[in-house]
Design a protein around this ligand. Structure first.
Ligand code: S3P
Length: 197
């Protein structure tokens, strides 16, 4: 079984409506790891909703923000759910390519369409027909594929997906706990030797 690199964050990528935030958050809760949804991280930091950013500053500017906050999120959180269009930006795409634990969630376009049709919070889905969405999806697939460490079919329920991938993730958590304990012990050791010296 391929294991993730436990010292690095876990990043969820994939098209809109594939369940990135839901699964990432669920796993973070189960494994008591920190989690951030990149869109929400941008909204909080910029004090503007995603549709407002698209409308007032444009998609290109949003992509630059996405790149900036992606780098910040990777420093601060264990699990990150990215927005479906993050790979549109070359800088984000190349940066994600250097990351190790990238999980690509993918599912049938009919399921995606049902989940996001006319979602007013998603400017790139709003007013799109199924065939327009499918075209957008097809332009992105090769980039998701290029950066993914594993691909997960997210047509299943959250619980089913979690059960399937639990063993991989639990080993990440165990290693993290061991690392933390080692760090704490090192600090204590340093403090004690300084006190003695
Ligand atoms: C976008 C996807 C959204 C969000 C923005 C643009 C896209 O994230 O970043 O609306 O272009 O695919 P989700 O994938 O979480 O919906």
């Amino acid at each position: 079984m391929t294991l993730f690199n436990f010292t690095k964050p876990i990043i969820f990528i994939g098209f809109m409506g594939t369940g990135k935030s839901t699964l990432a958050q669920f796993m973070a809760q189960k494994l008591t790891l920190s989690f951030v949804d990149l869109d929400q991280f941008i909204e909080i930091n910029e004090q503007q909703s995603i549709p407002e950013i698209f409308a007032t500053r444009g998609e290109q500017h949003f992509r630059e923000l996405e790149y900036h906050y992606l780098k910040e999120a990777l420093q601060q959180f264990d699990i990150i759910a990215t927005g479906g269009g993050i790979i549109e930006n070359d800088a984000s795409f190349h940066y994600l390519k250097t990351q190790q634990n990238v999980i690509w969630l993918d599912c049938d376009i009919d399921i995606i369409y049902q989940r996001i049709v006319n979602d007013s919070h998603r400017p790139n889905a709003k007013s799109k027909t199924k065939s327009q969405l499918k075209s957008l999806y097809l332009t992105r697939v090769s980039r998701y594929n290029e950066i993914a460490f594993i691909k997960v079919n997210s047509s299943f329920s959250i619980q089913q997906l979690y059960e399937e991938h639990k063993s991989r993730l639990i080993s990440i958590r165990e290693h993290k706990v061991v690392k933390l304990l080692c760090r704490r012990r090192c600090k204590l050791y340093k403090r004690n030797s300084q006190a003695k010296g």
